[in-house]
Design a protein around this ligand. Sequence first.
Ligand code: NAI
Length: 333
Amino acid sequence: MAMRILWPNLPARLVTVATEAVGSGFELQFHEKFEDVSDEQWAKADAVVGGCPPPYIDKLKACRIFVKYGVGYDDVDIERFGKLGIPVCNVPDYGTREVADHAIALMMTLAKSVAYHDSELRADLKGNWRPQHNPFGRRLSVCTFGVVGMGRIGTAAALRAKAFDMDVVFYDPYQPNGYQFAIGVRRADTLAELMGQCDFVSIHTPLTAETRGLIGAEAFAAAKRGVILINTARGPVVDIDALHDAMKDGTVQAAGLDVLPEEPANAQRRLIAAWQKNEDWIRHRLLLTPHSAFYTPESFRDNRGFAARTAARYLRDGRLENCVNKQFLIPKV
Ligand code: NAI
C-alpha cells in the first residue's frame, strides 16, 4: 500500500511544488485548512508536512515523521512528538539568503538614511533637498559589524558585510574553535566583548530559553554608544522595553526589526507606541518590517518543496534530515 503524506494546510497553488518534490510512490492528501482533515486522515497519515497544532497531535496514530515549514521550531512541542516516537524536522535552508539579505537591507537603509531621505522629501520636496543631512551616515569600511549567532544566516550576513569591507566579529559559544579563521572574521568570547566594539549588531540566534531577552539592559550597558541594532531572528531575543530605554538615552542610535516579541506589533509597548506616534525622539530611528525577511517567491516555494522532500526521503529510504527533537525521541515499538 502506498504511504500516505498529509498536508493539512497547503494553499492549492503550491500543490504542484509539493507533488514534484515528493516523486512517485506515495498517496498525497492536500487540504487548505486543518479543519478539513478527517480524524481518519490524521490517524492514517504516515507523514505530516506543514503544520500540526497541539489539538491534532493526539490524532496521529501511524505518523512516522512531522516536517514543519521554516527554520524556527520554538512554536512546536518537540518533546511531545519525541515521546510519541515521531521525529520533527525543520526546513533550515529555504531562506538563508533572503534573511541575510534582509539584515543587510535594514543596515543599509539606516546607514545610508534611505528611508529618512524618502520621507523628508515627501514632506517637503524643495525644502528638504539636503544630501549632507544624513543622520546615520557612516562609511561602512570603517565600521565593525557584529553577528550574534554565527550559524547559516549569521554566516551569510557576515560574508555580505565583508563584501562591504566591514570589520566583522561574531559571538557564538557553540561554533567550533577555528570557525573564525575558516571564513576570515574575528571572534568575541563574550556578548559584552562583542557589544563593546560594534557599530552594527545583527541578531541571528534561534529563540531558546538561553537567548530569550539576551539583548537586554545588560547587553546595552556593554554596547558601544550609537550602535545600530538589527534583529531578523526572533522577537523575544531582544527585550524591546530595554531597547526603548537604550534608544531614548542614545546608547542605541537606531534599530531595524523584522521580528517583535508580539506579532502583529503590540501598540501598548512603549517602543511601538512611540514609533507609531512618530514621536520626535524616535523619528527615523526605528525601522519595522512584518516578519518578511524570509520571503521571496523562490524561498516560499523552496520551503514547501524541501519539506515535502524531507518527508519522502525518510519514508522511502529511512534518511532522516534536519531532525530537531533527537534528544526526546523514543523509538516506536
Ligand atoms: P542556525 O541554527 O544555523 O544558527 C543559529 C546559530 O545561533 C548557531 O550557530 C548557534 O550556535 C547560535 N546560538 C545558539 N544559542 C546562542 C547564544 N546563546 N548566543 C550566541 N549564539 C547562539 O540557524 P539559522 O538558519 O541561521 O537561523 C537563525 C534564526 O533565524 C532561526 O532560528 C530563526 O529564528 C530566524 N529566522 C528568521 C526568519 C525571518 O523571516 N525573520 C526566517 C528564518 C529564520
